[in-house]
Write a protein that binds this ligand. Structure first.
Ligand SMILES: *[C@@H]1O[C@H](CO)[C@@H](O)[C@H](O)[C@H]1NC(C)=O
Length: 144
């Protein structure tokens, strides 16, 4: 078993570098992921959470958190060797909507989240979960 591991890792390394040269620089980046509560105040007293966010990957649980309007749920990640890094989030707008969305997918996000402070920015809104890679233009990528 130890022998197989000793051979497999260098092989994986060689394979990855040969096939995904663009990702070499992305492996060194600490990406910042932000999910902001931009929901409207509907039947919610100001300051009271109206959204719950729970984001995790296979290895890391960022936590299940109550979110008041304007609050930012954030964490960092790097991209693994095989570019399979994936964080998904469960968003629950109390009594109204729920959805699961991918907040960080290595292949999809390594370039588009490099543009602005190495950040992926998400905004939870009335009609869906919006993405921005530049913190100025937003697109509804997960309508709910
Ligand atoms: C995006 O812009 C807003 C408003 O200017 C600012 O408050 C926020 O910190 C920015 N986000 C990031 C991740 O820098």
């Amino acid at each position: 078993m130890a022998n197989i591991k000793g051979i497999a890792l260098p092989l994986l390394l060689a394979f990855s570098v040969v096939h995904f040269p663009i990702a070499e620089s992305a492996w060194l980046i600490h990406y910042h992921i932000h999910v902001r509560n931009d929901l409207p105040l509907i039947n919610t007293p100001p300051g009271r959470p109206n959204l719950f966010l729970h984001c995790k990957s296979k290895d890391k649980d960022v936590g299940d958190r109550p979110m008041a309007i304007g609050q930012d749920y954030t964490w960092d990640t790097m991209i693994n060797l095989l570019q399979t890094t994936l964080f998904f989030c469960n968003a629950r707008w109390t009594g109204r909507k729920r959805i699961t969305f991918n907040a960080f997918e290595a292949m999809r996000d390594e370039t588009r989240c490099m543009k602005y402070r190495n950040s992926c920015m998400w905004s939870v809104r009335r009609d869906g979960i919006y993405f921005s890679g530049d913190n100025s233009t937003w697109k509804n990528e997960y309508p709910w």
